[in-house]
Design a protein around this ligand. Structure first.
Ligand SMILES: [Zn+2]
Length: 287
């Protein structure tokens, strides 16, 4: 069932587990994530970055693919189709295309402008029955060519943005996108706790879920994180399985060059990664 992410994340916050956002890049990604969610009876959020949206030829293609696939595969668990790190213009395009959820990333604007644009989107999103994620404090790592340091959000700014009528809030707590460097300081639970104290029932979002140790993930969920974004880890799993297939020369055996065979190990690897994350996040059986 294609729904917005508001209800599933409220439930997750109340039930002390988190729903995974897994970013999609193509048909194989989407299929692997939907099938795993259905098999494990878990709610799920399909994340689409602006770059991935462009790669898939546009947001309308994405909506058509996801809707068609859910029908053909009989996917009955709650699924949200969510724009990841959207610009203001990207958000409007996804509203029009039929996404059920958007993230407006206004973290690079001064807080006043972030607030003004978020307010406008709160209205538009409500009119369309969608859910809205906002971000305070930039999340480190590389985001479309811009490298952030993994700063910690100001809890008072978080409270201000949370009160605008958004559905869930991403706050930087030392997390970064992509692989974590060896000298990474870890998550700032002090910051997370302070944010949660001020924002109450608001579901909090942890970006950059790849490579955060399991005990830190569990602690973050205890402190109010209800949505965890996973992207790089599925890419690494897909690439490793595909590399293995080719290195073993399987593409040269029989019809091993058939894309349906060539891409199968990578697709299975995504499934295994998603399963592992859903188990860690505690969302299995919560659909
Ligand atoms: Zn992110």
């Amino acid at each position: 069932m294609l729904v917005n992410a508001s209800e599933m994340l409220k439930k997750a916050k109340a039930g002390h587990y988190a729903v995974g956002q897994f970013n999609i890049n193509n048909l194989e990604w989407t299929k692997a994530i939907l099938l795993t969610a259905q098999e494990l009876s878990s709610p799920v959020i399909l994340g689409v970055s602006e770059g991935a949206g462009k790669y898939m030829t546009g947001y309308k293609t994405v909506v058509g693919m996801v809707k068609g696939m859910m029908e053909e595969l009989n996917i009955t668990v709650p699924v949200a189709l969510h724009l990841d790190h959207g610009s203001y213009e990207g958000c409007l395009k996804c509203v029009e295309a039929g996404f059920t959820s958007i993230m407006f990333d206004g973290s690079h604007y001064p807080i006043e402008e972030n607030v003004a644009k978020t307010k406008e989107l709160v209205k538009i999103v409500a009119e369309n029955g969608m859910s809205l994620e906002a971000e305070v404090g930039s999340i480190g790592g590389e985001e479309d060519g811009v490298v952030g340091m993994g700063e910690c959000a100001d809890p008072k700014e978080c409270k201000m943005v949370a009160d605008l009528g958004i559905d869930f809030l991403a706050a930087g707590i030392g997390n970064i996108h992509g692989k974590y460097p060896a000298n990474w300081q870890g998550l700032s639970f002090e910051t997370l706790d302070a944010i949660q104290q001020l924002t109450g029932d608001m579901p909090l979002v942890l970006h950059g879920g790849t490579g955060i140790p399991a005990d830190m993930i569990k602690k973050a969920i205890d402190l109010g994180v209800s949505k965890i974004n996973v992207n790089t880890e599925c890419q690494l799993a897909f690439a490793a399985a595909t590399r293995k297939y080719i290195e073993e020369g399987k593409d040269e055996q029989g019809k091993g060059f058939d894309p349906r065979k060539l891409l199968a190990p990578g697709t299975e690897a995504i499934k295994a990664t998603v399963k592992e994350k859903m188990e860690l996040f505690g969302s299995v059986g919560k659909a």
